[in-house]
Design a binder for this molecule. Structure first.
Ligand code: ZN
Length: 206
């Protein structure tokens, strides 16, 4: 499989323009706000999403995050009608990275949440959505982009923790789900340039 032109090569040096990553496809979302003063952005939250669920490449996730989704286009959308959400990043099945919110700003991806002894994880985390469905697996290109993106984030922010939505909001959220391979991510992060010492969720919770 040929890697798409717009997916960053794994060895590309990340380039930031403020909180925007040059190698991502930018699609600004209105769904964001300021972070609290002196927020230490030390957490990356991994999610999964696809719209309609299980259908890939529809463009509906990008529409959702920019308040452009036609709620009447699919029965599933009735259950989420009117929600205003966003994530800093979205990694499509082909590894292409989209960015919706400036990483210096607070995106709306985590909701009620708690991790590493602090709640309101949106305040001081960066959200990465993987195109996928809870319980199903993810593409090699997505792991490669997630590794590259995590390293890029670590070059600008003091990130130390990476966890799933299911870990920071247990009982309420289940993404990215059992199809996401945390050991694989751990190995990828360890194999890269050690710009950050990543603390993953404890094995018992993966
Ligand atoms: Zn989520």
């Amino acid at each position: 499989m040929t890697r798409p032109e717009s997916a960053p090569h794994a060895t590309a040096t990340p380039h930031w323009n403020g909180g925007w990553l040059a190698q991502a496809k930018h699609l600004p979302s209105p769904n964001f706000g300021p972070r609290p003063a002196r927020a230490s952005i030390d957490l990356v939250v991994v999610h999964s999403i696809s719209l309609p669920p299980g259908q890939y490449g529809t463009g509906a996730v990008q529409q959702l995050f920019t308040n452009q989704l036609d709620w009447d286009a699919h029965p599933y959308y009735q259950g989420i009608r009117g929600i205003e959400v966003s994530s800093h990043f979205f990694i499509a099945r082909d590894g292409v990275i989209w960015q919706f919110v400036d990483c210096d700003a607070r995106a709306w991806h985590a909701g009620i949440s708690q991790w590493r002894g602090r709640d309101r994880c949106n305040d001081d985390s960066i959200g990465i959505e993987l195109e996928g469905l809870e319980g199903l697996t993810f593409e090699t290109a997505q792991y490669a982009s997630l590794q590259w993106l995590s390293t890029a984030i670590a070059a600008r922010y003091p990130v130390a923790f990476i966890a799933g939505h299911e870990h920071i909001a247990p009982g309420r959220k289940r993404d990215p789900g059992p199809g996401f391979d945390w050991q694989r991510l751990q190995a990828l992060l360890a194999s890269g340039q050690a710009t950050a010492h990543w603390q993953l969720p404890p094995p018992a919770t993966r």
